[in-house]
Design a protein around this ligand. Structure first.
Ligand code: SF4
Ligand code: SF4
Length: 387
């Protein structure tokens, strides 16, 4: 355990009070896959949840609002790259084409139908394989990853608290449908409210275990988790949000069109967690121009050092948090050869040798070496720093 950082000792957490709904975006931008075939012409009025495009793997793109399809526009994504998006102007009617009753018992679904929905939702396991291909091959156990390395991201905690019944029912149904021995829900041992709520309810779900994981960095990475839990080829790790998306599709027989976004960080007095339409433009919920003069804003995780550039960022399923920090935090000093980076790497690499191909290929890009460096050097990024 000496290669992990105890989070709770290093951070004072400021928790949002509750989820704030921001579902009234005027425009929605749906990121377009290169292989997608667009099914409508510009000018068409579309109902909410219409399949607006389909890619080569039969993964549909879903329109999250009712409104007019205006056409294609390039917009910045989570990697600050301009990508093609389909633009919908919201008519605020929220018209949907179907009204289907909720499914009472998810475990009554056939395996074939569940596999098809997993494929349509394009759900990946934590080691980036397609869930629908993996789960049907002699799997013994699934682990639901409700961990997150960014300490200021509260999405999983609020998802667990707000959607407890759906999450537990979905995991239990997967156990039954795919004949699994059991499942484990992985939760950080610092999430006290979630733990007490789930301990009370898990009595009704004997095939689901709650596993408390020490709140250490970088535990949510698949490679680190794999070592920590001693996972083998009969184990699968799936993100909590994907279990929610799958459960929602099975229960309501429709796709999730909203998502959670945490806006938080060490300098934020009043952290927020928003529920918004997938494809919302950041400037519709927050004016970041003033913030950027004094602070840095990071997409998803401060330690990944992916700095927000454009106010026009599209909040899709790849954007989960915006972390705001003081600009001084990045004051870099020359390397003092203390060796802390080497001693903290969870897989024993020498981060100062990341310019060597064989070392770089093994690197998890977890950022722990940079996180621990007393001189604030982004060793794993090597951004203009001479070591
Ligand atoms: S890069 Fe940072 S942690 Fe590594 S030896 Fe230099 S000062 Fe120490
Ligand atoms: S060298 Fe790579 S794997 Fe090791 S701590 Fe740094 S980023 Fe993580």
């Amino acid at each position: 355990m000496n290669k992990y950082i105890n989070i709770s000792k290093n951070f004072i957490k400021k928790r949002p009070k509750d989820i704030t709904l921001k579902l009234d975006s005027e425009f929605i931008y749906i990121p377009l896959d290169e292989s997608s075939k667009i099914l409508f012409n510009p000018g068409k009025v579309l109902k909410k949840e219409t399949i607006i495009a389909m890619n080569n793997d039969n993964v549909p793109l879903i329109n999250p609002v009712s409104g007019v399809f205006l056409g294609i526009k390039e917009m910045p994504n989570f990697e600050n790259k301009n990508i093609k998006t389909l633009v919908i102007k919201n008519n605020y009617k929220e018209e949907t084409s179907k009204k289907i009753a909720s499914k009472r018992n998810l475990s009554k679904y056939s395996k074939e139908v569940v596999l098809l929905i997993m494929q349509r939702l394009n759900i990946k396991t934590n080691n980036d394989k397609s869930l629908f291909r993996e789960i049907d091959r002699n799997i013994r156990k699934i682990y639901i990853n409700a961990l997150c390395d960014e300490v200021n991201n509260y999405n999983n905690e609020f998802r667990l608290l707000h959607n407890k019944d759906l999450i537990l029912e979905t995991i239990s149904a997967l156990n039954t449908i795919f004949d699994l021995e059991e499942s484990e829900l992985l939760i950080k041992d610092t999430c006290t409210e979630v733990i007490s709520v789930y301990k009370e309810y898990l009595g009704s779900f004997p095939n689901i275990n709650l596993r408390l994981i020490k709140d250490v960095y970088p535990i949510s990475r698949y490679e680190v988790l794999q070592r920590y839990l001693k996972l083998d080829s009969k184990d699968l790790v799936i993100d909590l949000e994907d279990i929610y998306r799958l459960g929602y599709a099975l229960k309501r027989q429709r796709f999730v069109t909203e998502k959670l976004l945490t806006i938080s960080g060490p300098v934020v007095i009043d952290p927020q967690i928003y529920e918004l339409k997938i494809g919302t433009k950041l400037s519709e919920i927050l004016d970041i121009k003033e913030i950027k003069e004094k602070y840095d804003i990071w997409i998803n995780n401060y330690l990944e050092q992916n700095k927000l550039i454009s106010n026009e960022l599209i909040i899709d399923n790849n954007v989960n948090a915006l972390i705001i920090t003081d600009k001084n935090r990045n004051l870099v000093k020359p390397c003092n050869n203390c060796g802390i980076c080497y001693n903290s790497c969870p897989i024993g690499l020498n981060p100062k040798k990341l310019d060597q191909k064989e070392v770089n290929e093994k690197c998890l890009k977890c950022g722990l070496c940079s996180y621990m460096c007393p001189c604030n050097i982004l060793i794993h990024k090597k951004e203009g720093i001479s070591l």
